[in-house]
Design a protein around this ligand. Sequence first.
Ligand code: APR
Length: 233
Amino acid sequence: MLKKWLQESNYTVVFTGAGMSTESGLPDFRSSNGMWKKKDPSKIASTDALNHNVEEFIEFYRERVIGVKEYQPHRGHYILAEWEQKGLLQSIITQNVDGFHHAAGSKQVAELHGTLQKLHCQRCGKQFDSSEYLHGDYYCKCGGVLRPSIILFGESLPEEAFHLALEESERAELFIVLGSSLTVTPANQFPLIAKENGAKLVIVNQEPTPFDHYSDLVIHDKKIGELLQELEL
Ligand code: APR
């Protein structure tokens, strides 16, 4: 059914979460061995942690930067980029900060939570590649701390990505969620906005989500990579 919907849809939007990158080797956040099962996000992934616990903050994000530099997009990321080239997919809205959709060749990507591929100075705003963390450079020449260019708990989403995601969700005829627990607002509102604007909503996730009952199709029993390869469009 999903293959038929994809072929018939004139405007398809894919919404990805951390489950899109677990098959690349990166952990997600809330499944059984997810990052937030081991660490409290409010104590490590927040502006509070950046301001009052900077050593632990840098150590945690240095590990995550190593991850996104060492691991690669998997076949599923490349399939989504191919669908875009064939006109089968118009855009991707992602909560992920690994940069893997861009790396796999996708062009229309709204990175709601920013990217771990970049750092910026907390004081003067100067931008750096996140490889600075790998060289042990954690401070700007101005004395400010270098922080990842991601959205921390307590910060608002980047305006441009938010508005692109809103527009795309309103235009979607088919909205496919891949690998998200849909528990973090406001990102989890986009599937609802798409549905309310007449889109068919598909949720592909190994665990139930709070929006399953609202969707037209739910797939819990297949890994994302396997499903995308089976669709072979
Ligand atoms: N195939 C299908 N589903 C998968 C796969 C897979 N290969 N791997 C993991 N999943 C599912 C998990 O079962 C889980 O329900 O992906 C979901 C990922 O959910 P979360 O770990 O909550 O990640 P996400 O929804 O992206 O989190 C949203 O929370 O901490 C913040 O900023 C962070 O962007 C993140 C946001």
